[in-house]
Design a protein around this ligand. Structure first.
Ligand SMILES: Nc1ncnc2c1ncn2[C@@H]1O[C@H](COP(=O)(O)OP(=O)(O)OP(=O)(O)O)[C@@H](O)[C@H]1O
Ligand SMILES: [Mg+2]
Length: 253
């Protein structure tokens, strides 16, 4: 069964960057193959990982909906068709594969297709020791329960008062929404060199996370993003990459 890491948190605090660092770190450290899941319709995890997504689970689901309503797809044929199309949506790369979820289901829920897709993803994930899911900000995605179990939930935030409050609020919401996970990590990202370290004391009292990590602002990561360079080209000696690798080692111990 794949070890599943889901990353979410406040908007713009480095979720996709952290997901990319985890995927490339797992691959670099001999933990391949990794299944990377881009669960943010506005994300660019593919670009960050240096690959290109052509079709998404959402677009396959919409096509299935259209074919079913026109009577072109029924019973077993529908399941097989979905399996095939999802397999085609998988982007294969060196050490990892990527699947993008695309747009979530809109009004007029077509729950059958969603259930089938959940099963397809579960079947897909068994082929990988690790699954890493980059989510959009907030918890909507995880509440749809497209993945059955999350081993490590990573909540990202920034160091501002509001940033830390958002992390506390998301933790509370995850409880209210009954989002289940085995371990929780809080990552406060983009700490400026001159900034005081985050007050994990107050956060620790409010959020009983298993792991706390603060990552510095890093000019190479910012430069990589500006150039649109793939995360795989960032040396693992980069301070943030090295901290993420150390963190993943501790988590997986
Ligand atoms: N430690 C860091 N040092 C410097 N820049 C960083 C760092 N972490 C992230 N960034 C930059 O911050 C920007 C936002 O990061 P990213 O896209 O990963 O955030 P996100 O949480 O996924 O955003 P969204 O909520 O839009 O999905 C990017 O330009 C990224 O390169
Ligand atoms: Mg993102």
């Amino acid at each position: 069964m794949a070890y599943t890491i889901a990353i979410t948190g406040k908007g713009g605090t480095g979720k996709t960057t952290i997901a990319g660092l985890i995927v490339t770190g797992l691959v670099e450290n001999g933990r391949a193959p990794v299944l990377a899941v881009d669960a943010d319709p506005n994300s660019c995890l593919d670009g960050l990982l240096g690959v290109t997504v052509r079709s998404t689970v959402g677009s396959v689901r919409e096509e299935a909906r259209e074919r079913s309503s026109s009577g072109a797809l029924a019973g077993m044929a529908r399941t097989e068709w979905l399996d095939l199309r999802i397999a085609e949506s998988l982007v294969e790369a060196d050490g990892f594969d990527l699947i993008a979820m695309g747009r979530p289901e809109g009004p007029g829920c077509y729950c059958y297709a969603n259930n089938v897709l959940r099963d397809v993803l579960a079947r897909l994930a068994v082929n990988y020791p690790y699954t890493v899911i980059d989510n959009e900000a907030g918890l909507e995605n995880l509440s749809r329960r497209i993945v059955q179990s999350v081993d490590l939930l990573v909540l990202t935030g920034d160091h501002s008062k509001r940033g830390l409050e958002t992390v506390r609020r998301l933790y509370g919401l995850a409880g209210e929404m009954k989002i289940s996970y085995k371990k929780l990590a809080i990552i406060i990202n983009r700490l400026r060199n001159d900034a005081a370290p985050p007050d994990f004391g107050a956060l620790r009292a409010a959020v009983p996370a298993d792991h706390f990590l603060a990552l510095p602002e890093d000019s190479d990561i910012a430069g990589h993003a500006e150039r649109g360079a793939a995360m795989g080209t960032l040396p693992r000696s980069n301070p943030v990459a090295a901290m993420m690798d150390g963190f993943i080692d501790v988590v997986l111990k």
